[in-house]
Structures are given as structure tokens and as C-alpha cells.
Write a protein that binds this ligand. Structure first.
Ligand code: THU
Length: 130
């Protein structure tokens, strides 16, 4: 399945009783596999998780840690901008030039990169350890 279809399909499963705002994310990892995630909210609001976080968790659970491409979709007025935390999460597993396609359900897209979403991201090597 391609990334767009995977993101659109998993979005339908989003658990969003509080915001009513469904988000779907799909990642292609180094092996070529596709990993999908949706947002999962909670009555204790800060415990909710974003679609991107779910897709990253699925990728890591499958034994992979390298994102080669990402796609995020929501029924938003503009191609859905990932939150700051998800930008940092994507930067953990993707090089700055990795393509991220942000989309609306109606088909508007914005193609960007992990580096453009979070310039100057804090990375492992910023801790200066050998
Ligand atoms: N949300 C995501 O899952 N990903 C994004 O990129 C933006 C926001 C979710 C979190 C929450 O469940 C809902 O959208 C409203 O903030």
C-alpha cells in the first residue's frame, strides 16, 4: 500500500472523542515497509498521542529505526502541520532531507522535509558523546 492510502485508511481508526479531529500518519522505513498510526486521545487530555507518534511506535516495534518518507493527513483547512513534539520525534528517526507530505482529506498537499519542519533540531550528537 502506498503511504497516502495507508495514512488515509488508518485515520479512520483515530480515537478522538474529545477533539473530533482525526489524523492519520504513515511512514516508509529502510526496509520499504509501511507503518501507520492514528491519534489516540484520553480523558486525561495530556495523555493523548498523535498519529505520528503512533506510526513511529509501530515502526520501532517492528524492529526498524530509519524513516525514509512520511505522509500525514487530516480534515484540516490547510495541509496538517505536525505539532512541535512530533517534529522532534520525526527528527529522531529521519535525516533532515527526508520528505514529509502534509495533506488535507480533500486532497491539498504540502511537500516539505524533516529539516524544514524543525531546523536546528536537537540530536543525539549534540550531547557530544563519542
Ligand atoms: N494531532 C495529531 O495526531 N497530529 C498532528 O500532526 C496534529 C495534531 C492530534 C492530536 C489531537 O488528538 C488532535 O490532533 C487535536 O490536537
Amino acid at each position: 500500500m502506498d503511504l497516502e492510502n495507508a495514512a488515509r485508511a488508518v485515520r479512520e481508526n483515530a480515537y478522538v472523542p474529545y477533539s473530533r479531529f482525526k489524523v492519520g500518519a504513515a511512514l516508509r522505513s529502510a526496509s520499504g515497509a509501511v507503518h501507520a498510526g492514528c491519534n489516540v486521545e484520553n480523558a486525561a487530555y495530556p495523555e493523548g498521542t498523535c498519529a505520528e507518534a503512533g506510526a513511529i511506535a509501530a515502526m520501532v516495534a517492528s524492529g526498524e529505526t530509519e524513516i525514509l518518507e512520511a505522509f500525514v493527513v487530516a480534515d484540516s483547512p490547510r495541509p496538517v502541520p505536525p505539532c512541535g513534539g512530533c517534529r522532534q520525534k520525526l527528527a529522531e528517526f529521519a535525516q533532515p532531507d527526508v520528505r514529509v507530505t502534509l495533506a488535507t482529506v480533500s486532497g491539498e498537499v504540502l511537500v516539505t522535509t524533516v529539516g524544514d519542519l524543525l531546523p536546528g533540531a536537537f540530536r543525539n550528537d549534540d550531547m557530544g558523546k563519542a
